[in-house]
Design a protein around this ligand. Structure first.
Ligand code: FA5
Length: 366
């Protein structure tokens, strides 16, 4: 009997001291396994006389349940401790930086288009678009460039072999000016729009690409004059380049669809090989750079678009979006815009989540 008590006490002590589930399992096998010492004792009950069994069985059974209960309790405690430990070490650290994942960026041309749309929206201009596959009437004839007009040769045009159902030749538009015609024909006057988009010319060097982007501006109303054009362009360019010292030079020029026509230059200085806008181009160390074409809408264009020139006047302008982006963000080769080189985009592209639009208030990059 004392031997049973001692062994039970020893087992209970070992169970209480076991600090892993594996150690506890070894103790269970040692006591209650097939050849465990309690199982062996239980087997001896079968070989006893009924009297012996009566005196010994309750003690052996008691030892068995005491050990079994102790094993179950300890197992539960060890499992809870294990869980506790896992929870303590496996907590999620929300302060750690998230792993980098590849992210796209906004192309500088799209960025500049957005900026232009914002500035002109503030001035009350709506955004219009037109087809890139145009007919020659909208691209040339209605813009006062009849067939065989020498100005057509100034645009190196990509023609399609097809004609539309009115017998007009189809082409890739060479400028955004046909959107002027489409808007006046469809909506009449007054008009206050910009029209950004792709245009195509058979032309390629560091400052010319066969596909580039223009933005057209058109204002038609009563009593519009050249002063409105100059103020609009000055206000827009100061806002776009975020500089008050932008100086414009208006030069007489020629476009068949404007009369008079004005080429607009902007003054800049060369600093460390970079063009920095600001100041008069006539100042020491400064020069002028051509930015855009503009003028008062030719009366013939108004007539062809169904408007009475005695009642309506207006101005129009067209400028290269890619060139504006180059100037504002300091890129030097226009062709790189369309190479699709991801390294170039990483360098010059804009985060889609942090667009430095003007309303966002982010200034010109240094
Ligand atoms: C025109 O295309 C006229 N439609 C602009 C206009 C509109 C004048 C309304 C008057 C009234 P021009 O061919 O000069 O004009 O082109 C306008 C601008 O587009 C140029 O100042 C230049 O910034 C840009 N540009 C012209 N050709 C290319 C080219 N191949 N690659 C990149 N930019 C070009």
């Amino acid at each position: 009997m004392t031997e049973l008590k001692d062994r039970t006490a020893a087992s209970l002590a070992a169970i209480a001291a076991a600090n892993t589930l594996d150690a506890l399992e070894a103790l269970r096998i040692d006591a209650l396994g097939k050849q465990g010492w309690i199982s062996e004792l239980l087997k001896t009950l079968g070989r006893m006389t009924p009297e012996e069994r009566q005196t010994q069985a309750p003690a052996i059974q008691a030892a068995r349940s005491e050990v079994a209960d102790a094993l179950a309790d300890r197992k539960q405690a060890l499992e809870a401790a294990d869980l506790e430990a896992r929870l303590a070490t496996e907590t999620l650290d929300l302060t750690l930086p998230a792993p980098e994942s590849p992210r796209g960026s906004v192309h500088p041309v799209s960025q500049v288009m957005d900026e232009l749309a914002e500035i002109f929206a503030d001035l009350g201009f709506a955004v219009k678009t037109g087809p890139e596959i145009e007919d020659e009437w909208h691209n040339f004839t209605a813009l006062n460039m009849p067939e065989s007009h020498p100005a057509r040769a100034m645009h190196d045009t990509f023609y399609f072999p097809d004609h539309d159902d009115q017998g007009r030749r189809m082409l890739l538009r060479t400028h955004t000016s046909p959107v002027q015609i489409r808007t006046m024909v469809a909506e009449g006057a007054p008009v206050r729009i910009i029209a950004p988009g792709r245009v195509y010319r058979s032309d390629s060097d560091a400052t010319h690409t066969p596909m580039f982007h223009q933005i057209e501006g058109l204002v038609i109303d009563r009593g519009i004059h050249l002063g409105h054009l100059k103020w609009t362009l000055e206000t827009f360019l100061k806002a776009f380049f975020e500089r008050d010292d932008i100086v414009l030079r208006l030069r007489p020029s020629y476009f068949p669809f404007t009369e008079p026509s004005v080429e607009v230059d902007v003054g800049f200085a060369l600093e460390n090989g970079r063009r920095v806008l600001g100041g008069s181009g006539d100042a020491p160390g400064h020069a002028w750079m051509e930015l855009l074409g503009s003028g008062m809408v030719n009366a013939r264009v108004l007539e062809m678009s169904g408007l009475d020139p005695a009642e309506w006047q207006g101005f129009a302008f067209g400028l290269g979006v890619d060139r504006l982006a180059m100037l504002k963000y300091g890129m030097d080769d226009l062709r790189a815009f369309f190479d699709g080189d991801i390294r170039w985009l990483r360098h010059y592209g804009f985060s889609a989540f942090d667009q430095p639009t003007l309303s966002g208030g982010v200034g010109v990059r240094a």
